[in-house]
Design a protein around this ligand. Structure first.
Ligand SMILES: *Cc1c(COP(=O)(O)O)cnc(C)c1O
Length: 378
């Protein structure tokens, strides 16, 4: 028998109440029953997004909301400033290019956060930038960007909106949508929100809405105006992913009960213990400014990084994530995101130690576990 542990930065484990709720009989969405659910879920999303803006939901993975954040605000030939500090920053640039939007890229060395000054400089040097795209937690590198500082800069430019990919960061790293004046925040269901993949979320500020009318990129399914028109009547333009929305209402109840403040503290505690454990094993952290959602670690010299992740999964039943893009085989990533507690970190570190031992890496067995336990017992 093998028991499987899912410790990846998406999809993440789903709490039992949310899982079971998806087995409830399906009901029709053009009903008062669905309207009540929809209303409740939308209020919960506002709490998690820390906003009074509407939070719209699409039946897609997170990338759908990323695409929506391009096509609803820009026209072909418009200029967009894109922070490319990892796989997901690159994705924003690829979406822009697919629609003929001109990309002005800030290429950040992977593992580093973007220097907000570079954004200021680009906005000054390139007149007419309509949108700035960046990530809260760049999941591919484990880096947390300073969104507050970035937003202070972008919010001074009337013609530019700030779009933040908070797909993995939401509910792990603090993100104050309204206080920090962030125009568009994008997220997905299978990370900090603790339900399966399949829903994407999207909050839009007043300033953001002002850009929608002039945007001429083609769009239909992800058209914000259709979504908003329906939303104002507690409705959705197309068939919603009813069972996932039911699950979301359960996970939002769990979130409200714990409170966002305590959720951030828990993620910090888990992240801190993971980092200390990894360093106690003589390994190096990859991110210079680490997010509390995921810890990216450099694979040590002489060890096969892909095989290490495979051993953890196939031999020990513990799924973490390998490196992405140019980091394939060079890093691995342990998530402490969503429905995770102290013992998920203990499991991850124990399996890591065992797989490192199998791989012939020299370290003092148990050192990581001791460090993690010391971080927890205070
Ligand atoms: C997971 C993730 C995505 C991709 O979302 P999908 O749900 O796979 O489409 C985008 N950005 C970030 C930062 C992510 O962590």
């Amino acid at each position: 028998m093998k028991k499987e542990y899912l410790l990846s930065p998406g999809p993440t484990p789903v709490p039992t109440d949310a899982l079971l709720s998806m087995a409830r009989p399906i009901f029709h969405h053009r009903t008062p029953q669905y309207q009540a659910l929809f209303k409740e879920v939308n209020e919960g999303l506002k709490y998690v997004f820390q906003t009074n803006n509407d939070v719209l939901t699409f039946a897609s993975s997170g990338t759908g909301a990323m695409e929506a954040s391009v096509v609803n605000f820009l026209s072909p030939q418009d200029k967009a400033l894109v922070v490319r500090g990892g796989k997901f920053g690159e994705r924003f640039a690829e979406i822009c290019e697919a629609y003929g939007v001109e990309v002005i890229a800030i290429d950040v060395q992977w593992g580093n956060p973007v220097d907000p000054e570079l954004i200021e400089r680009s906005l000054l040097e390139n007149k007419g930038i309509k949108a700035v795209y960046t990530t809260l937690c760049e999941t591919s590198t484990g880096v947390l960007n300073d969104i507050e500082a970035i937003s202070k800069i972008v919010s001074r430019y009337d013609e530019a909106i700030l779009v933040v990919d908070a797909i993995s960061g939401l509910g792990a790293d603090d993100l104050r949508t309204d206080d920090w004046k962030i125009d568009v925040v994008v997220s997905g269901s299978q990370k900090g929100l603790m339900i399966p993949p399949g829903l994407a979320f999207f909050s839009v500020s007043q300033k953001g809405w002002a850009h929608v009318d002039s945007a001429r990129c083609p769009r239909f399914y992800f058209d914000l105006k259709s979504a908003k028109k329906a939303y104002d009547n507690n409705d959705t333009p197309w068939t919603p992913a009813i069972s996932l929305v039911i699950a979301l209402s359960e996970s939002l109840k769990i979130i409200k009960k714990e409170t966002l403040a305590n959720i951030f503290l828990r993620h910090r505690r888990l992240a801190d213990a993971t980092r200390r454990a990894v360093e106690a094993l003589g390994l190096e952290l990859f991110a210079k400014a680490p997010s509390n959602a995921v810890t990216a670690v450099q694979v040590p010299q002489g060890i096969d990084g892909k095989n290490l992740v495979k051993l953890m999964r196939d031999k020990y039943g513990v799924t973490i994530a390998g490196g992405q893009g140019e980091l394939k085989g060079k890093t691995f990533r342990i998530a402490h995101l969503g429905y995770m507690v102290e013992f998920d970190v203990i499991v991850a570190i124990a399996a890591l130690e065992m797989a490192l031992k199998d791989s012939g890496y020299g370290f003092s067995p148990g050192a990581g576990l001791v460090a993690a336990q010391e971080a927890f017992v205070k």
